[in-house]
Design a protein around this ligand. Structure first.
Ligand SMILES: Cc1cc2nc3c(=O)[nH]c(=O)nc-3n(C[C@H](O)[C@H](O)[C@H](O)COP(=O)(O)OP(=O)(O)OC[C@H]3O[C@@H](n4cnc5c(N)ncnc54)[C@H](O)[C@@H]3O)c2cc1C
Length: 405
């Protein structure tokens, strides 16, 4: 009998169809993985991932042709079957492995990274702070990709400022009744479980984290994004959540939410690096093609742009590798390193993707061309899980008090 991983794998060594033009692509280069921040386990993860992505190219392309909802659900099943959520959610969690995975998934397509990262983000708070019983009941199906999770923190008036969250959780004999709205939530319209930050008291210690079932009175209102994904608002209309669905202590919700976001933050930078490397590869392919009068790459100004793109990618990858290593070793500077990595890499990816569009000229703004898709897909990374300005505020405080620089 075939296991899940085998079901999605072609025969070893067979390249298979290549509609995305990716055969021969190195999703992760050996020079980067040879950095002392990584060890043999990370190189093994990268090698397995590279093989899996190549062997499953036909299945991935077929997925991406579906609607965003179907494709994301399908990707979660596929990633779970292949054991990628299990690889991400070990104990202890290996953030360098998560970054390697996110960079490679984002290089292949934003949707793979989206499907992977939201499930991991939501499961992480459960893994690290949930009771034994809650973990036993909910985590296995999430890790296998059989159920889908969302991580619902933001409200329209409290995105950057989570301490102002208003969604109410009122304690009753039967459990907590959740009433209110969450906005801008990834997986909103496909999630089975929602990790939700809700108000159980006043002030920043009056917030608690719960895991609710969407079938218990949570309605999704889809919101269309410039890069279409399952996404939207969640309405809680007296949704009953039993007391054993509390993640961590009553009142500890904000601290757990911020800790979870902080740990995953540098991995947003890793995804940004995947987009940036794809854009750089695509730009290189374009400018080295022979044209009527030579190659664009022979023009000094074009070379200079390539140099700027190369430097941006190189420095961003170093920042992410350092931050992930710091997170894994529990270093004192892990929080600020995670912010630096997210800021550097997402800003770099934005400029590299923009340069890729520019180097393609009109061909770069054709709808559904690769530069155009990357241009739309990369934009939200500077906004979610802490905007660039919020990262600057965190870094500015660290510099002020001598923790950085
Ligand atoms: C694609 C996508 C997916 C998302 N997925 C999720 C999800 O799954 N779960 C979830 O909970 N949320 C999610 N979000 C929401 C996201 O986390 C918020 O959009 C983000 O935190 C910013 O909040 P906001 O949109 O309310 O903007 P605001 O907080 O209103 O910020 C608006 C502007 O003001 C600036 N600003 C605000 N406060 C400060 C400050 N103190 N200092 C400096 N500048 C400031 C911001 O940097 C920004 O430029 C997602 C967003 C996107 C775009």
């Amino acid at each position: 009998m075939m296991d899940g991983a085998q079901r999605h794998q072609g025969a070893p060594g067979r390249a298979g169809p290549d509609p995305a033009g990716l055969n021969g692509t190195s999703y992760l280069d050996s020079g980067y993985l040879a950095l002392p921040f990584f060890d043999d386990t990370h190189r093994a993860v990268a090698a397995r991932l590279q093989g899996w992505l190549r062997d499953n190219e036909a299945a991935i392309s077929a997925l991406l042709a579906q609607s965003p909802k179907q494709a994301t659900r399908g990707a979660i099943t596929m990633l779970g079957d292949a054991g990628w959520f299990a690889a991400a959610l070990g104990e202890p969690v290996d953030f360098r492995a998560i970054c390697i995975m996110r960079e490679a998934f984002a290089y292949r397509d934003d949707l793979l990274d989206f499907a992977f990262s939201i499930q991991v983000l939501a499961a992480l708070s459960l893994l690290q702070w949930g009771s034994q019983d809650l973990r036993r009941r909910l985590l296995p199906a999430l890790v296998r990709g059989e159920r889908v999770a969302a991580f619902a923190m933001t409200e329209r008036d409290s995105g950057s400022d989570l301490a102002a969250v208003a969604l109410a959780a009122v304690e009753t004999a039967a459990g907590y009744r959740l009433t209110g709205e969450k906005n801008w939530i990834a997986n909103a319209d496909i999630a089975d479980h929602v990790v939700v930050l809700a108000r159980t008291g006043s002030g920043s210690i009056g917030l608690s984290l719960f895991v609710a079932d969407t079938s218990d009175g949570v309605d999704a209102v889809p919101v269309a994004l410039i890069a279409p994904r399952p996404f939207g608002d969640l309405r809680f209309d007296g949704c009953l959540v039993s007391k054993d669905r509390l993640i961590g202590d009553n009142g500890a919700g904000l601290a757990i939410a911020l800790d979870t976001l902080e740990q995953m933050r540098m991995s947003v930078g890793a995804a940004a690096n995947g987009f940036a490397r794809r854009a750089l590869d695509e730009a290189r392919r374009h400018v080295t093609k022979v044209r009527a009068n030579g190659r664009l790459a022979e023009i000094a100004a074009v070379r200079q742009k390539l140099a700027q793109m190369g430097v941006a990618v190189h420095t961003a990858r170093l920042a992410v590798a350092q931050a992930a290593w710091e997170m894994d070793r529990g270093g004192e500077g892990r929080s600020v390193s995670s912010s630096v990595a997210k800021l550097v890499a997402t800003e770099a990816a934005q400029s590299v993707v923009d340069a890729c569009v520019q180097l393609h000229g009109a061909a770069g703004v054709v709808s559904q061309s690769l530069p155009e898709r990357l241009y739309r897909q990369v934009r939200s990374l500077r906004i979610y899980e802490g905007t660039s300005e919020i990262q600057e505020a965190i870094i500015g405080e660290a510099v002020t008090f001598g923790f950085l620089g």
